[in-house]
Write a protein that binds this ligand. Structure first.
Ligand code: FNR
Length: 351
């Protein structure tokens, strides 16, 4: 039963720009049970070409038009990675999911993104008002995908507990094998506190696993949440961590490395997976800025952090980034062109 893999778990949340391959691998190595990829819109994936990039041991889904990898993955994560779809259409969702499903462990549907580009297209949080569309999407995905591939969804709280519980039941009845609840309302911003106590009233709305998401920034906080649940007799099946893992992927570990080593390890993963320098730089800037629950050192590599951040923001290639961090790039990785270069002259079939 695909539901079992969602029991007693601590997982990486989907984050656009954040939950790309190197961060996912780092989180898995630090003990994450499963990792969600960043949301990818159905139409963006449909038409992509699956390329085995043997130089890096990665599988890239490449858009022939834009000549960039839309989604990259590798064998190390196949059994643990959940592909998150942005969709408002059952047939597009199925087409996209069928394309990628052999390289991932399951498909998740984003039903919580409140951003206008999502909602305007009927995707993300717009689906919270459309249970009939949700039912069609989930039922179609469940019917179309092999049974060992999970179908799940990530929602936000609706305006009342009863409405959220009803919506969760629609998801379960339509085939969702786990439901993540971001414990905020659609209009609430990330700086507003997540409503942990609402989980007490939601976790038993359905039989399938329910994952709690929102404001897990340290091991201590995760432990506090479980204590709170135990006291209240509430049993969600796991926690999903977004910003806490972006700032510190070793949040999953009970024996975390020093900050310095955590950051360097991410750089090495980004190089090894042929991550773009733009994405690597963005993730690093988030880690080095830190946030709640993370103590960022005042210097890095013997350089004052302010100066170091300035140097990082001026970098324009993976080689530059590696130099800034004192990590090897070339010649350790000869003939391994940067993704954007690699696919520039790739022999895509004629349309
Ligand atoms: C997100 N979030 C998000 N959610 C989702 O379902 N799909 C996505 O692609 C994204 N993208 C995204 C990008 C970034 C940079 C952030 C910070 C967040 C929301 C995220 O998964 C999570 O629900 C919230 O951030 C709340 O969890 P935390 O941050 O309090 O652990």
């Amino acid at each position: 039963m695909a539901s079992e893999k969602f029991r007693d778990v601590e997982v990486l949340a989907p984050m656009v720009r954040g939950s790309t391959l190197p961060l996912r691998l780092e989180c898995l190595r630090y003990g994450a049970s499963l990792v969600w990829g960043e949301e990818i819109i159905d139409r963006k994936l449909i038409g992509a070409l699956r390329v085995e990039n043997s130089a890096f041991g990665c599988i890239d889904y490449v858009s022939p038009r834009e000549k960039v990898s839309v989604f990259s993955t590798c064998a190390e994560e196949t059994k643990k990675v959940i592909f998150q779809l942005g969709t408002a259409s059952a047939h597009l969702a199925v087409e996209a999911a069928q394309l990628v499903c052999n390289d991932v462990s399951g498909i998740d549907v984003n039903m919580g993104c409140p951003k206008s580009f999502s909602v305007k297209g009927g995707m993300g949080a717009a689906l919270l008002d459309k249970p009939e569309v949700v039912a069609e999407i989930l039922t179609s995905l469940r019917r179309a995908l092999p049974s060992e591939k999970s179908v799940t969804c990530k929602i936000r709280m609706l305006p009342s507990t009863e409405k959220t519980r009803d919506f969760m039941r629609v998801c379960e009845k339509s085939g969702a094998e786990a439901i993540t609840v971001h414990m905020r309302l659609r209009e609430e911003r990330p700086a507003e506190p997540a409503h942990w106590d609402e989980m007490e009233r939601l976790w038993d709305a359905v039989q399938v696993p329910v994952l709690a998401n929102g404001d897990f920034f340290s091991r201590h906080q995760i432990d506090e949440f479980w204590k709170h649940c135990k006291e209240k007799g509430c049993r969600p099946s796991g926690v999903m961590i977004a910003r806490g893992a972006l700032w510190n992927p070793s949040i999953f570990s009970r024996e975390p490395p020093a900050f310095d080593e955590m950051v360097r390890s991410y750089v090495r993963s980004a190089v090894a997976t042929n991550s773009t320098y733009q994405n690597t730089k963005w993730v690093l800037s988030q880690m080095l800025a830190g946030g709640t629950g993370v103590t960022v050192p005042t210097s890095f590599n013997g350089i004052n952090m302010k100066t170091f951040n300035r140097e990082l923001s001026a970098t324009k290639s993976m080689a530059h980034i590696c130099t800034a961090f004192g990590e090897p790039f070339e010649p350790t990785y000869p003939n391994r062109a940067h993704t954007t270069v690699f696919y520039k002259d790739f022999p895509f079939p004629e349309e």
